[in-house]
Design a protein around this ligand. Structure first.
Ligand SMILES: *Cc1c(COP(=O)(O)O)cnc(C)c1O
Length: 377
């Protein structure tokens, strides 16, 4: 039996051939493929302006910069996310204000977010963990009442919906990642959905050193930008992925349903936490369970190693980020966000990707039963 990774991208032969054509074309960095990819993404998001970037992290950083987040500003977000969410806030000189998560959705608790607003708050950055959308009605009600910007970290929720509307097709700034592990990929990359063409023009400048060129071959730099542009090689991969996204997500949803059927008895027996069973809105970026390791008498490392020995890959997304040493030095400590800390200790990501076979669900569930029930008297 071959090793089952926790995720794997699905790249078709047509896309591989397309990348070959880009390589042979003589133009491999940002060019016609980037333009075509941005046009396709814009129509996917209902006509809103879209710009692509070299990573979801770059995309977030530009999004925050467009809100003029900087020194002295506070940005409210969750401690249970990939650390890019808060690193970008810190790199702009602002202060990440963390609030605990809802233990059921594992997403930011918006009641706590509202209580954390101060006169220094510039923006809220919600994260749709595993592709389960944060409540957009409540989010924008808070942002509207308090006059806050929102940079949605939708890195994981490409193709997810809120009450039938595609994430990214409404709201303020919406940031996606096309990292290899995300529901659609460009290898590395990301895109930002913007409000208007003026904002898009500024995003383009921030993406490439702040340069604006004029028709006479001259240029000016009136704002300090970075080097965040996407290559045509990567954009061509994205053009091959976007039309397949709905199909990918449908397959993920079907596999997630099978996991629920297969894992519910085990969950009831050992106190394993399952994700919210949302088959309308989530894009099922990940299927994550929480295991009460202390009660089970084994460590997460033991579990991961035992699964690996059974040829099954698992992941940890994520430990609560305020307990990383660089964040403790900012004053965060154990006990600050108990729900995020417990979930961060207990969470495990199970294999879920479009090319998985139905039988793989049984394989994972059987191995989990072996490993977890073996510990019981
Ligand atoms: C993947 C991810 C990012 C960063 O995206 P990259 O493309 O890896 O830079 C940011 N936030 C979250 C929640 C992510 O999952």
């Amino acid at each position: 039996m071959s090793f089952l990774p926790f995720t794997r991208p699905s790249i078709d032969e047509e896309t591989i051939a397309g990348v070959g054509e880009v390589l042979r074309s003589g133009w491999i960095t940002s060019g016609p493929q980037v333009k075509a990819f941005e046009t396709a993404l814009s129509s996917y998001f209902g006509g809103r302006p879209v710009r692509v970037f070299s990573s979801g992290t770059a995309t977030l950083e530009v999004g925050l910069a467009l809100c003029s987040v900087g020194p002295g500003d506070e940005v409210i977000t969750t401690p249970l996310t990939w650390v890019a969410t808060t690193n970008t806030i810190l790199r702009l000189g602002a202060k990440p204000v963390l609030v605990d998560v809802d233990p059921v959705t594992r997403n930011i608790d918006l009641d706590r977010a509202e209580q954390a607003v101060t006169p220094r708050t510039k923006a809220i950055v919600p994260v749709d963990l595993a592709g389960l959308p944060v409540d957009r009605d409540r989010l924008y009600a808070i942002a509207g009442a308090r006059r806050l910007r929102v940079v949605e970290d939708a890195a994981q929720s490409m193709g997810a919906r809120w009450k039938g509307r595609r994430i990214g097709s409404f709201g303020d700034l919406v940031s996606f990642s096309f990292h290899a592990n995300k529901n659609m990929t460009t290898g590395e990359g990301g895109c930002l959905v913007l409000n208007d063409e003026a904002e898009a023009a500024l995003a383009e400048k921030l993406r490439l050193q702040g340069v604006v060129r004029d028709a006479d071959g001259g240029m000016d730099v009136d704002v300090i930008g970075g080097k965040f542009n996407l290559t045509d090689i990567a954009a061509r991969i994205g053009l091959g992925q976007l039309p397949r996204l709905e199909g990918f997500n449908g397959r993920r949803r079907a596999l997630a349903r099978m996991y629920f059927e297969r894992l519910r008895p085990l969950a009831d027996r050992i106190g394993m936490g399952l994700p919210v069973a949302d088959f309308e809105q989530s894009n099922w970026h990940m299927f994550q369970v929480t295991l009460p390791f202390a009660q089970l008498g084994l460590s997460r490392g033991d579990f991961i190693r035992a699964m690996h020995a059974a040829e099954i890959g698992t992941g940890v997304h994520y430990p609560a980020l305020h307990l990383f040493s660089a964040y403790r030095r900012l004053g965060f400590d154990e006990g600050d966000f108990p729900h995020a800390e417990r979930i961060g200790r207990e969470i495990v990501t199970l294999p879920l990707f479009p090319a998985m076979q139905d039988a793989d669900i049984d394989r994972v569930a059987n191995a989990m039963e072996q490993v977890l029930l073996r510990q019981r008297p």
